[in-house]
Ligand binder design. Structure first.
Ligand code: CMP
Length: 136
């Protein structure tokens, strides 16, 4: 049965700064993702805090929000069959050290913070995150 999904992807400041956006988008496209919408923006720290609110109790929350708002990012709506899990597989483990060959984080990630990409982790969060950036 068809299970076409949309998920939210962010190319993070470390990857935008190194001009890796074309390569990363190419990896999505070669795995069959459609990029339905995309924009390049820079968040205020307060906006990053809102985006990562699920992590507000974590010890890394402040650094995480400072980092996400430290430079331009590219936000995209990706579409594919089972896009949420497919995107998480293509990104690889949160910590690039643990990421498998062929994943974006293995190829480009620098550290657990500078891990080059973010992707929604569930259907509910995909809806919330897509609305966060693309609600007109
Ligand atoms: P991301 O998928 O964007 O979701 C939250 C981010 O927090 C995660 O990627 C990491 O870049 C960052 N982070 C920093 N420290 C940790 C940690 N100890 N565990 C999980 N995520 C972390």
């Amino acid at each position: 049965m068809s299970n076409l999904q949309q998920t939210l992807s962010i190319i993070k400041p470390d990857a935008v700064e190194r001009n890796l956006d074309k390569e990363i988008k190419g990896m999505f496209k070669s795995k069959g993702f459609l990029i339905l919408k995309e924009k390049k923006i820079q968040l205020e720290k307060s906006e990053a805090e809102k985006f990562y609110k699920v992590h507000e109790t974590k010890p890394f929350y402040n650094d995480l929000c400072a980092y996400l708002s430290s430079g331009p990012i590219i936000v995209m709506i990706l579409e594919k069959e089972n896009a949420i899990i497919a995107n998480r597989e293509l990104m690889g483990s949160t910590n690039p050290k643990d990421a498998k060959e062929g994943t974006i984080r293995k190829k480009y990630g620098i550290s657990i913070d500078k891990n080059s990409v973010h992707g929604s982790d569930s259907i509910d969060n995909a809806k919330i995150e897509i609305d966060f950036f693309f609600k007109d």
